[in-house]
Design a protein around this ligand. Structure first.
Ligand code: PLP
Length: 373
């Protein structure tokens, strides 16, 4: 276990608790800035932490461009003073008018949102025009994940051309999110990125030849970050990792090219029962740690004997271990979540630890779906 995680005052910590370690967060931010070559090549995703304080740490490190997935996250970013915010999500229904309200409320922030369909782009433009505001449109390209985005090709070019003619919209580049690129081997990950990048660069050249600006390519998440960070031959690349800032047990050991990035959030849990000779039950149910990873990867218990996770209910995590007899109800155990982003969203606030002690609490402010807009 990382020495920073051990809390001298753990006895007073209600469990289950999420604990952030700002010194490790700062270290992770420094490391990605160093890998990217400058803060200007970063557009980190706020969804991992959803806290004002971590946005401030990023701003302090010179990061001016930010990405988010919800209007509440965008509002939190703007309220903290982020000058450039991309809502990396298709805006539909009443969210278009909400977004327009946000643009009006925070004139000091430049807002962008994704477009990937002509009808949605028209509706986006109409909503902005009705509110008398302008915003930027980023073309969401489907580079293989097949989640959102438009296929790279003539249709994408036509959509970008259309957006150039729509009132209220300013063209602001392409998003290339490759969440499907999770090869552990760096060379394989890099080859996969280079394979879809070639047609994207061709599309960009065709757009520019028509006089349509493509000032930025907003690229990837944490796994492909080292690839884009090292890509100095492509102008306008902005790296948009999110997880790195808190990191987790899911990414941690898998990607060796992310060395120097350390999990900066842990869960403090307690043994609540020893129901059988080989079982330990902890108060770390699926209401305090995300349940989307497979059961065996859901949590990593630190400094714990070899174990197998055998059950996970709302308030209970059940593990089997030959070392169970060493544990008794009340014992504190530290755990890393398998997936930090949805884990954070389960907590209203995170405790903040420095020098082995709890020194404060940070509100997970934009876990709420609506702030003021
Ligand atoms: C569009 C987009 N960009 C960036 C990210 C950040 O990815 P990661 O969590 O791997 O850092 C995500 C993650 O879900 C995403 O959906």
């Amino acid at each position: 276990m990382h020495p920073a995680y051990a809390l001298s005052d753990a006895a007073a910590v209600f469990s289950p608790a999420l604990v952030f370690f700002p010194e490790l967060i700062r270290q992770n931010i420094r490391r990605v800035v160093e890998m990217a070559g400058s803060a200007a090549r970063l557009r980190p995703h706020v969804k991992t932490h959803k806290t004002r304080e971590i946005v401030q740490l990023l701003l302090d490190a010179g990061v001016t461009k930010h990405k988010c997935a919800t209007i509440a996250e965008a509002e939190m970013l703007a309220a903290v003073g982020a000058p450039d915010v991309l809502v990396a999500y298709p805006l539909v229904g009443p969210n278009v008018a909400r977004f327009a309200q946000l643009v009006r409320k925070f004139p000091g922030t430049q807002f962008s949102a994704l477009i990937d369909h002509p009808d949605a782009a028209r509706a986006f433009s109409a909503g902005l025009s009705a509110a008398g505001v302008r915003a930027c449109a980023v073309l969401d390209l489907d580079v293989g994940q097949h989640r959102t985005g438009i296929a790279v090709g003539d249709g994408a070019l036509a959509l970008y051309e259309l957006a150039a003619t729509l009132p209220g919209l300013t063209l602001n580049g392409f998003q290339l999110y490759d969440g499907h690129n999770n090869q552990a081997d760096r060379a394989e990950r890099e080859a996969a990125v280079r394979a879809f990048l070639a047609p994207v660069l061709d599309l960009r050249a065709r757009a520019e030849a028509k006089g349509l600006p493509v000032p930025r390519l907003v690229c990837g998440g944490t796994p492909s970050f080292p690839v884009y960070a090292a890509m100095t031959d492509v102008p306008g690349v902005e790296c948009s990792p999110g997880t790195f800032v808190l990191h987790d047990a899911g990414y941690g050991p898998k990607y060796t090219d992310l060395s120097g990035i350390t999990p900066a959030a842990v869960l403090v849990t307690r043994v609540v029962s020893r129901p059988t000779a080989d079982r330990v039950t902890l108060d770390l149910g699926n209401k305090s740690v995300a349940a989307d990873p497979l059961l065996e990867k859901r949590v990593t218990l630190l400094d714990f004997p070899a174990y197998k996770t055998v059950g996970h209910n709302e308030e209970h995590l059940i593990v089997e271990t030959a070392g169970a007899s060493a544990y008794k109800p009340g014992d504190v155990v530290y755990a890393l979540p398998g997936h930090i982003c949805p884990t954070v969203a389960l907590h209203k606030e995170a405790l903040v630890a420095e020098g082995g002690k709890i020194v404060g609490r940070w509100s997970v402010a934009s876990r709420d779906r609506v702030l003021s807009v």
